[in-house]
Design a binder for this molecule. Structure first.
Ligand code: NAD
Ligand code: MLT
Ligand code: K
Ligand code: MN
Length: 353
């Protein structure tokens, strides 16, 4: 029996609703498998924790997390309690950086049973590889003066190491898929970092002669996500461009409540972190109506990363089965609750096991 230690951070808002739901689903899967189990240890780090302790996590929080195999997180942020940049940088981004989770993998595909808001789309199946450690998300800058003299500067940071790492990950992924990589650039308007990004892309692609490539400016690329998402295989993007593209990826599937994500420590020297693309959704939190499928699909990404692709596949089958059967939360136009969807997924899995 392989036992894994998973740190659980439900976080804020609907994170506290969808994380327990996904854990029940994954426990059902591991029961069926019989050869592995997860020991879940939950941490209350969140905006409420901040109000009580003056920090999003304890000082030794990162040290604590190092002892786990993986981290399973819901969402962070409650802007009426704590400013968003404080909550995000104090927990989510802190973990991404300290655990060297330099790559954020975010798939989007047209699922069976889920109507895309796009009219009559051709089947699409794409993966955005988001650079997760630098780029536009930098701590370099500051604010100065006040009143009409007030100003702010924030410098983006693009290193050859970080840029190349994201690109190589994208090319290696494309090798196992449909042999195509799109680079998200903006080298017409952003005149230093993005021409650099393009140069690194040209250098890296030389090592992958079998992979076809395209370079698109991010504005056009965003439009292509709506007009012809089926042309994409793997897309490599900077931290901010990847962030924006992946909410769009969720939207074209049918809801951002369904989109999964994996923050990967590719070296596997420290835990990776699995959390859906969506946030804490304060507008629907506490009502029991959040879509748990993004968090559940995120569980599939965790199983895949840990080498249990057979279970991962079964989990995505279960998601599609439930969608086809019409059990859908409000964001998908249905009336089902978080609980209804979760128990339908569990029931399907039990019927397979
Ligand atoms: N990775 C993260 O933890 C993460 C990601 C995005 C936003 N945030 C934080 O979350 C808070 C809210 O941000 P936001 O409103 O911009 O984005 P959001 O993703 O929380 O919500 C955007 C919209 O999508 C809906 N939605 C999101 N997930 C859903 C789900 N599972 N089921 C049904 N509907 C869902 C919400 O109801 C809302 O209308 C902020 O504090 C923000 O910083 C955190
Ligand atoms: O900006 C971020 O990375 C936070 C959130 O929007 C996300 O996509 O994880
Ligand atoms: K999240
Ligand atoms: Mn985002």
């Amino acid at each position: 029996m392989n036992q894994y230690e998973i740190a659980v951070i439900p976080g804020d808002g609907i994170g506290k609703e969808v994380v327990p739901a996904a854990i029940r689903v994954i426990d059902t899967l591991t029961d069926i498998h019989g050869g592995l189990s997860f020991k879940w240890t939950s941490f209350p780090w969140s905006c409420e924790y901040y109000l009580e302790h003056g920090a999003m996590m304890p000082e030794d929080g990162i040290q604590t997390l190092r002892n786990f195999d993986q981290i399973f997180l819901g969402a962070v942020g409650m802007p009426n309690l704590v400013p968003d940049h404080v909550s995000l940088w104090g927990l989510l981004i802190k973990i991404r950086r300290e655990m060297q989770q330099s790559i954020n993998v975010r798939p989007a595909k047209l699922l069976n049973g889920l109507a895309s808001p796009l009219r009559d789309p051709e089947p699409f199946d794409l993966i955005v590889v988001r650079e997760n450690s630098e780029g536009e998300y930098s701590e370099i800058g500051g604010r100065m003066h006040s009143g009409s003299d007030e100003m702010a500067i924030q410098s983006a940071v693009f290193t050859r190491k970080g840029t190349e790492r994201a690109m190589r990950y994208a090319f290696d992924l494309a090798k196992k898929r449909r042999q195509h990589v799109t680079s998200a650039t903006k080298s017409n308007g952003i005149s230093h970092s993005m021409p650099f990004w393009d140069d690194v892309f040209k250098d890296v692609l030389k090592d992958y002669p079998d992979i076809a490539t395209t370079s698109n400016h991010i504005d056009a690329l965003a439009a292509f996500f709506v007009m012809k998402p089926h042309v994409f295989d793997v897309i490599v993007a900077s931290n901010l461009f990847g962030d924006i593209l992946t909410d769009l990826g969720g939207a074209i599937m049918g809801s951002i409540g369904i989109a999964p994500a994996a923050n990967l420590n590719v070296e596997r020297t420290l835990p990776s972190m699995f959390e859906p693309v969506h946030g804490s959704a304060p507008d629907i939190a506490g009502k029991g109506v959040a879509n748990p499928l993004g968090q559940i699909w995120t569980g599939k990404l965790m199983l895949d990363f840990m080498g249990y692709e057979d279970l991962g596949k079964l989990l995505l089958d279960a998601i599609e089965h439930v969608l086809v059967s019409g059990i859908k939360t409000r964001d998908l136009g249905g009336r089902a609750t978080t609980e209804d969807v979760t128990s339908a997924v569990i029931e399907y899995l039990k019927s397979c096991g």
